[in-house]
Design a protein around this ligand. Sequence first.
Ligand code: DLL
Length: 433
Amino acid sequence: MIYDIEFETLPREALAAIQLRRLKATLERVYATVPFYRNRFEAAGITPNDIHSFEDFQNLPFTTKQDLRDNYPFGMFAVPMDNVVRIHASSGTTGKPTVVGYTARDIDTWAKLMARALTAGGATSRDIIHNAYGYGLFTGGLGAHYGAEKLGASVIPVSGGNTKRQVVIMRDFGPTILTSTPSYALHLAEVAEEMGVSFDKLKFRYGIFGAEPWSEQMRQEIERKLHLTAVDIYGLSEVIGPGVAIECHEAQNGLHIFEDHFIPEIIDPVTGKVLPYGETGELVFTSITKEAFPVIRYRTRDITSLNPEPCICGRTLLRMNKISGRTDDMLIIRGVNVFPSQIESVLMEIEGIEPHYQLIVDRADNLDTLTVHVEVSERNFSDEVKVLQQLEKKISYSIKEYLGVSAKVKLVEPKAIARSEGKAVRVIDKRKI
Ligand code: DLL
């Protein structure tokens, strides 16, 4: 099913025409209303009137998270506060949070985009959606909630946490769609098992998981444990929240970007040069329909590539591949670049361990060290120390073989790694402390 058949299946030329028209209108508006953008454009010697094509557009300066911080909290808003009906903020582990605003029309746009996304992920108006994304300043909970209502589904606004109660609700209310972070989905499965509730008796058909990176192997693990089809959803507060891009459940292969609202580009994170389709780099977005908080060439720091191949689902929208990491969580361990997701992929291939891990980065004698903490499965926990040591060696060997980096592996007992109700904490970098 396609929620917005007209806009999700536009011929590419018609889409480009709409994008250019909306882009020009957005540029004119930000130039007139946001001093930050006017100054930036002036410094680059460009006015909105100079933008006639996508090539012209690529001469505009980028916007970064630092720019948003410098204008904290409301300096980038393009409408008076009187017209802002909602504020969200992304927590941000470092520095000030990023604050974003929405007009009533923005909220409606967002709800429609999330209705599109939920539909692409397999939901219909007949579904009951167990929404375990956190409600509050985080965009996940309310974003999915409004989309579910717009779709006409029944939404259970359970939010994150109080996991045992969630399991009871899942058992008693019979929800058919689960929305949560992938790590929390696994935690739900774990607690359900402890409570003697089996997911194969529950009614879930699809899970719509995002807000953090997760590997293809993690998807298989979730599908196996939760007995549902797992779909990847992507978004970020600065651009709108969840509902920027989503996989279709038919292909589960790349996330369709809602390009009639957001123009994607992939750039070389070092030179800023725009890269062609298929090449991997940093994802950049320009919003072309938002009122309160438009962003122009916003550098997401997320790493992926774009795929223009037609999709079996019928959508003509470009697909972005699964996010492989962020430019700022790439670990450089003794000169080797590694992303947590690559280590996750290696771990998931190994028998006897659970999909719960944490990477500890430290420095000893001026050299970086990487220690991988990973939970041993309940079944293998009682094995002899020698057997466990062999398993540690095997994991360490695989990491070295696949990623070229030396890591110390430490098996920890089941459930030793703290569970998160939202985004999992995968990396602890002690070098910064
Ligand atoms: O995480 C919005 C969201 C909520 C998306 C619910 C999907 C579902 P922020 O808190 O601003 O917004 O964090 C945005 O999370 O730049 C990515 O680094 C990461 N991220 C989001 N979705 C995915 C995904 C929400 N599917 C940041 N895969 C983004 C990998 C993701 N990373």
